[in-house]
Design a protein around this ligand. Structure first.
Ligand SMILES: NC(=O)C1=CN([C@@H]2O[C@H](COP(=O)(O)OP(=O)(O)OC[C@H]3O[C@@H](n4cnc5c(N)ncnc54)[C@H](O)[C@@H]3O)[C@@H](O)[C@H]2O)[C@@H](O)CC1
Ligand SMILES: [K+]
Length: 508
């Protein structure tokens, strides 16, 4: 499974590197691309009575002419529609020259029942909103309810941002080439693509080396090899000790959710640090999780010196005032290279007017730091990078990570994890059921736990996001945040499947 996710510009460089060897290699790739699309169409839409192939002026249109030729050569009914022809001497012009079906103008298009639409208008070369004849045909096809197979990208979808530029097709199937593009995974692009197939068109993996892609789809191969191992010699403190800061008497639940998630994710010990006025309410609800009073910075510092936790989480239910800010400073000041610190929720909002101070503290700290904002919290720390600026979510998270010096988890259906060194991962296994109060507290607890167990920040954040989402999928309807920690064992068992029999003797 190839996990790299490229930009359209990077894909262009890959294409050029692959084409460089000879004058007809470009048309060769185009023929392979068209053959891959035609193969998927024949496999999935055998019952279609005919095929409308809509071709644009560029290489996406060129792929369309190849598809039209291959379908027509099988004796199938094919009509091709195009307004502007390909540039003379281009690969697309060669494809048009070989196509036995004469193009008709887009204005001649009329939907027909049981026909399939092949969208080859624009792909990676989309530069501006789709208008005029192309926009009209998109509307007509959408109203007709005909199935659409998009070549490379549904026309109108930006392959970089995952957002439509003007009108866009909503495809049932998208066939892309070599690697996924960011627009296939970011929302709403992911929904607009329908089923996504990545076809091999003969480009060698080595063509990617020159591009230096640092963005991946978040899947277990990225981090499973370094998930914390346990052996016969493991003891509870070698499995990591996580401190979770609790809010006051009526806001304690969030920290307990995080604490339980940290324990379920494998930390050997978890301590809730509670204000005095919330000690008894916390004590009533905690069993395996330890509890200690921490109203003041000196009490927090004493705990850090005394117990040396390898991970800490501040934010869920913590309040957005001075106590949270001074606790953040103490945690960052006292962190060592082995410490993993997660700042979530209120710990992010608490620095809304002091973002640069916060980033300075993070940069000066020896610890590994992860910030886990949703879009609203993100906008408080990074107002100039908030959604709606036209910049992709991946790039916004990358810039925020670079600026803050922390690994960023920019949450949502397409959560992005970005490291200050430019690496980023796009998460794809979320479920809308995770949009429930307390869900984020569980996520930050899992990430703090994995860092406390020694995982680097980027991998811990990627792993945490994935197992959290997988837990949500495992439950489905009726999910509340309390369910998530208890689903982790099942998810982890699946992830690290080991055959267990009643008589098996544990060796490690
Ligand atoms: N050799 C290659 O580079 C290969 C490219 N392939 C195909 O080539 C496509 C990329 O081809 P191109 O770079 O020619 O780009 P497109 O075919 O996507 O677009 C062609 C041109 O249309 C114009 N245009 C962009 N947006 C427009 C708009 N909204 N309204 C009107 N005109 C607009 C632009 O000038 C653009 O260059 C890929 O999506 C893929 O389908 C495949 O054939 C595989 C090999
Ligand atoms: K297309």
């Amino acid at each position: 499974m190839h996990l790299e996710v490229v930009t359209p510009e990077e894909m262009g460089r890959v294409d050029r590197a692959a084409i460089a060897p000879g004058p007809h290699a470009g048309y060769g790739l185009m023929r392979n691309a068209g053959a891959a699309v035609a193969g998927e169409i024949l496999a999935r839409y055998a019952e279609a009575e005919g095929f409308f192939v809509l071709c644009g002026p560029g290489n996406n249109g060129g792929d369309g002419y190849v598809v039209a030729r291959l379908l027509a050569e099988r004796g199938l009914e094919v009509r091709v529609f195009a307004d502007a022809g390909p540039a003379t001497g281009s690969d697309a012009a060669l494809a048009l020259g070989d196509c036995p079906v004469k193009p008709e103008p887009l204005s001649a298009f009329q939907p027909r029942r049981a026909w399939l639409v092949v969208d080859a208008l624009f792909g990676a070369g989309l530069k501006r909103p789709v208008e005029g004849g192309e926009a009209a045909i998109i509307a007509e096809v959408s109203n007709s309810g005909l199935a659409v197979v998009a070549i490379d990208l549904p026309t109108g979808l930006c392959g970089l941002t995952g957002k439509p530029l003007g009108s866009a097709f909503s495809a049932d199937l998208t066939v892309t080439f070599f690697r996924k593009k960011r627009g296939h995974l970011l929302v709403p692009g992911r929904q607009i693509c329908g089923d996504l197939v990545v076809a091999d068109i003969g480009i060698a993996d080595s063509a990617l080396h020159a591009v230096g892609c640092k963005v991946w789809e978040n899947q277990p191969p990225l981090w499973r090899p370094i998930w914390p191992k346990i052996t016969a010699g493991t003891h509870k403190y070698s499995r990591g000790h996580v401190a979770v800061v609790s809010g006051g008497a009526i806001t304690t639940g969030a920290a307990r959710l995080s604490a339980l998630a940290a324990a379920r994710a494998g930390a050997g010990a978890v301590t809730v640090l509670s204000p005095a006025n919330a000690l008894s309410i916390n004590a009533m609800h905690l069993t395996s999780i330890m509890l200690r009073k921490a109203d003041t910075v000196s009490e927090l510092q004493a705990f850090l010196v005394d117990r040396k936790p390898s991970g800490a989480l501040l934010g869920p239910g913590a309040g957005t005032g001075g106590r949270t800010r001074s606790f953040a400073r103490a945690l960052l000041d006292q962190a060592t290279e082995a410490s993993g610190l997660v700042f979530d929720a209120d710990a992010i909002t608490a620095f809304r007017d002091r973002a640069d101070v916060f980033f300075g503290m993070i940069r000066a700290s020896a610890g590994k730091v992860v910030l886990t904002p949703h879009e609203g919290e993100f906008a408080r720390l990074f107002p100039e990078l908030q959604d709606g600026t036209g910049v992709s979510k991946v790039q916004r998270a990358q810039e925020a990570a670079e600026r803050s010096g922390a690994t960023l988890v920019l949450k949502g259906f397409d959560t992005i994890v970005a490291a200050p060194d430019g690496r980023a991962a796009i998460n794809v296994n979320a479920t809308p059921h995770l949009a429930t109060a307390g869900s984020g507290d569980v996520l930050s607890g899992i990430i703090a736990s994995l860092m406390a167990q020694g995982m680097p920040a980027f991998e811990a954040a990627c792993a945490g996001v994935w197992v959290h989402a997988e837990s949500g999928r495992t439950f489905g309807y009726g999910l509340v945040a309390e369910d998530l920690p208890d689903l982790l064992p099942e998810v982890l068992q699946r992830l690290f499947y080991k055959k267990v029999t009643p008589s098996a003797q544990a060796r490690s």
